[in-house]
Design a protein around this ligand. Structure first.
Ligand SMILES: [Zn+2]
Length: 707
């Protein structure tokens, strides 16, 4: 293929694919099969790879993602991104309309639109090409997320028709319920925290560094406002501009209505308050905009929001249903959580069958009885909540809900810690959900990241008697795993068995992958191993903090509650959990076996220093802000010259290295103990260098590049 042939073919394929994309995603009228589309896209990608000089930033291949954004550049908005004032009642809307009518001449027409529950985005086009996509940020400036936005199929990369040479479209990035459910399902399996709602998920997704992952999550976009200089010379009304934009390739909602009276507006509002439950994405209200640009200009804006538009917010969704029964679930720490089984009811786009009841106090507070009619809400949370009981509907002879006194799984009598509402099953070693829960936590992505053991495999290995604790994992061999198989029940989104099962089995590849993954996990850094052990109250961040202070497991195991709680941000409660965990001989044994298996139980120290060990044997406490070093940078400098860092001042401290804004408590303590307080300058003299620390230099440069 000659260069010219390639150029022509790339241009033709790009145009064709973009047209199919428009037919499929905007018009919902595909004219070729998915397979054909993929074949053409593949051909285009191949040609672009071979002839990179013809790769255009608006090529349809950009939608697959692949670009990595290390840091999102902050960009000033050309037109500030205002927010809308909110209203919640018919009176608010009537007041708004009165105000508008007083403010302008002639008849007023309102454009009523859906209020998408996502995040606003500004899309900038030059000569019909998407050049930049920026988040709202603080309204004056936001983050450049162009690479990620390009993966959204409903955002046109290249326009067609008689578009203006330069303009901006404002729109909303949303995550459809289908994508949201799928994403959370994957996160459950990966052991990640779930996104509370589609809006949070969309926000998190737009800020991902890897645009390939963004592409996989299937975001959607709707545009609802055009911005450009002299807009009103091109179009008279907002509605007209959106209809034009639709022709150029933008995804404009079909659910838009021009209304003149309060009655018409409320017909629209009331209709969508119900019908929104059938939409494939979340909306949280309706937006009213004055349609005429001339009238919009006459009304103007405040610093925060335009005076010609208002949002009407729907009430949080709630629904009545029947409380059928209560289950008690056992967490990995033994905590018992009551869960209500409800008559299935449609709420906020999903069928709800369960709601959490938190603890015994919660059940008492509502005086819950079996068969009660309860009000359930689903706001931002994934797990629906009961917020009230309709006592008028209580059936005669209904029995009160009693909190169980024995473990629903192992039958052990429950215990309660003083001052806590929660009940625990104390049978930590013999209670199956606790044991399995701990192992599942251990293998989760943020802990040891042994993903090949997910999806029901722990359950199987436990049932087969192959693992009773996390250390047993490292005794698994290919021969023990190969050939194991079991049918396990499939759960629905409410965690209820669906009656269907799927087969979990260990074939050659699965078994080998697990052995490999276990081997690989031996390089997981100590702080994640500590987190993986599943000590109560020790999350990722706390584990990191403890390891920063105590570099190996022996030091942590020997530390007293006082030592541990002296670490900044580690309080007494955490310190006690850590102490209790390591005092337990069973846990000591697990640590011993994991150690023997070769896991990391010490922080990997920085590379051997080539600096003179001028500070050998000296212990420093660093406090405050420094000019030439970041805090971590100055600590690293101390260590590279042979010194040690400690977090709290004691009689063993040799120097307190004080920067700006040193805490008064620390100063007092140092003075009381007679520990010398030295400045950054003193320190630099000590190490005989006034050189700037490299780290802080780099940081400063990075910050500069933001502007
Ligand atoms: Zn139990």
């Amino acid at each position: 293929m000659t260069k010219e042939d390639a150029r022509q073919r790339i241009a033709a394929l790009s145009e064709e694919l973009e047209r199919h994309n428009y037919n499929y995603y905007i018009l919902a009228k595909p004219t070729i099969s998915d397979y054909e589309f993929d074949m053409k896209l593949e051909e285009l990608a191949r040609l672009e790879h071979e002839f990179p000089e013809f790769l255009s930033p608006s090529s349809p291949t950009q939608r697959v993602g692949g670009g990595i954004t290390k840091e999102f550049q902050s960009v000033k908005h050309r037109y500030p991104m205002l927010s809308l004032s909110n209203s919640y009642s018919k009176e608010d809307i009537e007041d708004f309309i009165d105000r508008i009518k007083k403010g302008v001449d002639g008849e007023v027409e309102f454009c009523c639109e859906l209020k998408f529950d996502g995040l606003s985005i500004s899309l900038q086009y030059e000569d019909g090409i998407l050049v930049r996509a920026v988040t709202r940020g603080d309204g004056a400036q936001g983050d450049d997320v162009t690479t990620n936005i390009k993966t959204i199929r409903t955002v046109p990369l290249k326009l067609h028709g008689d578009f203006p040479p330069f303009f901006e479209m404002r729109g909303e990035v949303v995550m459809p319920f289908e994508s949201f459910d799928k994403l959370n399902e994957q996160r459950i399996e990966a052991g990640d925290d779930l996104f509370a709602n589609p809006r949070n998920a969309a926000a998190g997704t737009l800020k991902l560094q890897d645009s390939k992952e963004v592409a996989r999550r299937h975001l959607d976009n709707y545009c609802y406002y055009m911005m450009m200089d002299d807009l009103e010379q091109r179009y008279q009304t907002h509605y007209e501009s959106l209809q034009a934009a639709k022709k150029w390739g933008f995804n404009i909602s079909n659910y838009m209505c021009l209304c003149k009276s309060v009655e018409e507006i409320f017909d629209f509002i009331n209709y969508w308050d119900q019908a929104r439950h059938q939409l494939p994405f979340a909306i949280d209200g309706i937006v009213l905009k004055v349609n005429s640009y001339e009238q919009q200009q006459a009304l103007g804006s405040t610093a925060k929001s335009p005076k010609w538009a208002i949002a009407y917010k729907f009430k949080a969704e709630e629904v009545e249903t029947e409380l059928q029964s209560v289950d008690f679930q056992v967490g990995r720490h033994g905590t018992i959580t009551p869960v209500a089984n409800l008559s299935p009811v449609l709420l906020a786009g999903t069928t709800v069958k369960r709601a959490t009841l938190n603890n015994e106090d919660f059940i008492r507070q509502f005086d819950l009885h079996y068969g009660d009619t309860v009000t359930v809400v689903k706001g931002g949370e994934i797990i629906p909540k009961i917020i009230g009981v309709n006592f008028d509907k209580r059936q005669q002879g209904a029995l009160p809900v009693e909190f169980t006194r024995v473990c629903p799984s192992c039958g052990t009598e429950l215990i309660q810690n003083e001052g806590e509402a929660a009940w625990y099953c104390p049978n930590t070693q013999g209670c199956p959900p606790q044991v399995k829960g701990r192992i599942e936590h251990f293998i989760s992505r943020k802990a040891m990241n042994i993903e090949s053991l997910g999806e029901g495999k722990i359950e199987l290995l436990y049932d087969e008697g192959l693992i009773k604790d996390v250390a047993d994992l490292y005794a698994l061999t290919y021969d023990k795993l190969f050939g194991l198989a079991k049918e396990i029940p499939i759960l629905d989104e409410n965690g209820i068995e669906t009656g269907k099962t799927r087969k979990v089995s260990f074939k050659e590849k699965t078994a080998q992958n697990i052995i490999d993954a276990l081997e690989k996990s031996k390089t997981v850094p100590f702080e994640r191993v500590l987190f993986a052990l599943g000590i109560r109250n020790v999350g990722e961040v706390v584990a990191k903090t403890i390891v920063a202070e105590y570099h190996d497991i022996d030091a942590i195991m020997q530390a007293s509650v006082e030592d541990l709680s002296a670490i900044n941000t580690v309080g007494g409660v955490i310190a006690q959990s850590v102490k209790a965990f390591f005092e337990n001989p069973i846990n000591q044994d697990i640590v011993k076996r994991l150690r023997a298996a070769g896991l990391q139980f010490a922080k990997v120290e920085a590379v051997e220093s080539d600096k003179p060990q001028l500070l050998a044997g000296k212990t420093f406490v660093v406090s405050g802000v420094f000019t030439n070093y970041s805090r971590d940078g100055i600590k690293a400098a101390i260590e590279s010259y042979g010194g040690k860092n400690a977090s709290s001042i004691s009689s063993k401290t040799d120097y307190v290295l004080a920067g700006d804004k040193m805490g008064p408590e620390k100063r007092k303590k140092a003075e009381a103990l007679g520990v010398p307080i030295i400045s950054e300058e003193d320190f630099q003299k000590m190490i005989g260098s006034a050189e700037k620390n490299n780290d802080s230099k780099e940081e400063a440069e990075q910050q500069l590049s933001l502007f």
